[in-house]
Design a protein around this ligand. Structure first.
Ligand SMILES: Nc1ncnc2c1ncn2[C@@H]1O[C@H](COP(=O)(O)OP(=O)(O)OP(=O)(O)O)[C@@H](O)[C@H]1O
Length: 336
């Protein structure tokens, strides 16, 4: 398959006299194949926006390589810019302009044929409200207008940062259908979102980032399968025993994620070992069930961002996967 987007070893450090240095990207890799809808997932502050801004030449990297449609960027951005549509930060529109005026202005500035304005208004579902001023639009309608503006050039690569932000359930479903339709027409879509159920429904493949590094990537089914084999949900007869159970299982070397009314265990080859171990501590299991894994649980496990009762996770406290200095080896190098 042909890569529309390749990133290898990308590094970005923010430096400020007051806050010191912060490694936002620490050798990040990504590869997006042509015609795919690719999900870009990561906890708050993990480096998604920094990646996208670097890719689009809005900020400069401190190292690594990036290519769009085979052209190295940022050097080739003037060449490839026409083929990339992006909404990375909430775009600002003139509030007194209508959606049609806004898009017409952008179309003439970008030498896009006038008829494309009506096409994109139709595509994003704004046709009937296109004559109203943007200041009267709801958040979701502004979001649709933003997507319309990114589609004007009929790009080969469409980058959407949180496109479902502010959309109602119907709007989210329409955005899903639109994204799939665009991909079926040959467009490659890179989609960052925190709505993991949505990503699982829409995306062909994903990249998960944590602390500026890739911690998982590949086709959605493959990423799920890699984590599906041996997750187990444990409930106890007494909920108050959960902390003691988590403690005993952790000390036995198991990877435990606590929830208010159950524990999740990763990599359990023999579930019977769990009930025996807990019984030895006077803790009695009421349920021990293999779990059908979903993207949300994989995300929480890989980024270590599952909520822990009684604790308030701070934004930078996501995973150092495996405790290793570098979380995963991916074959390395360009395009892995
Ligand atoms: N201009 C900046 N100056 C200093 N630090 C920054 C700047 N922009 C981002 N950072 C830091 O870089 C890290 C990555 O931020 P980034 O915005 O890329 O995360 P994100 O994954 O997009 O998060 P979110 O999901 O919350 O949007 C964070 O620790 C953030 O505080």
């Amino acid at each position: 398959m042909t890569a529309v987007l390749e990133i290898a070893g990308l590094r970005k450090t923010y430096r400020s006299r007051r806050r010191g240095t912060r490694n936002a990207l620490d050798g990040f890799d990504m590869r997006v194949e042509a015609g795919q809808v690719h999900g870009f997932l990561g906890p708050n502050g993990s480096g998604k926006t920094t990646t996208l801004r670097t890719l689009l030449g809005l900020i400069r990297s401190d190292g690594g390589r990036m290519a769009i449609l085979g052209h190295e960027v940022p050097a080739a951005l003037p060449t490839v810019a026409r083929q990339v549509g992006a909404i990375v930060e909430s775009p600002q529109f003139f509030p007194h302009f209508t959606a049609r005026d806004t898009l017409s202005l952008l179309a003439s500035a970008g030498e896009v044929p006038r008829q494309r304005v009506d096409e994109v208004l139709e595509l994003v579902g704004l046709r009937d409200r296109a004559g109203e001023r943007v200041k009267t639009y709801s958040l979701g309608m502004k979001q649709r207008l933003a997507v319309a503006s990114a589609l004007l050039k009929n790009p080969k690569l469409l980058i959407l940062d949180e496109p479902a932000n502010g959309l109602d359930p119907g709007g989210i479903r329409e955005m899903r259908t639109l994204t799939r339709t665009l991909a079926e027409s040959g467009m490659t879509v890179l989609l960052s979102s925190h709505i993991l159920g949505e990503i699982q429904l829409i995306c062909d493949s994903v990249t998960i980032i944590s602390l500026g590094r890739r911690v998982a990537f590949g086709p959605v089914g493959q990423v799920l399968a890699q984590h599906a084999s041996s997750a187990v949900r444990v409930r106890l007869e007494a909920v108050t025993d959960l902390p003691a159970a988590a403690d005993a299982l952790t000390r036995a070397g198991l990877q435990v994620t606590p929830y208010p009314d159950h524990l999740m265990l990763a990599d359990v080859d023999k579930p019977a070992v769990v009930s025996r171990l807990l019984a030895e501590h006077g803790l009695y299991v009421s349920e021990l069930a293999p779990v059908a894994v979903d993207l949300e649980s994989v995300f929480l496990e890989l980024t270590a961002t599952a909520p822990v009762p009684g604790q308030h996770r701070q934004v930078d406290e996501s995973a150092r996967v495996g405790g290793a200095a570098r979380p995963e080896t991916t074959g390395g190098g360009w395009g892995a």
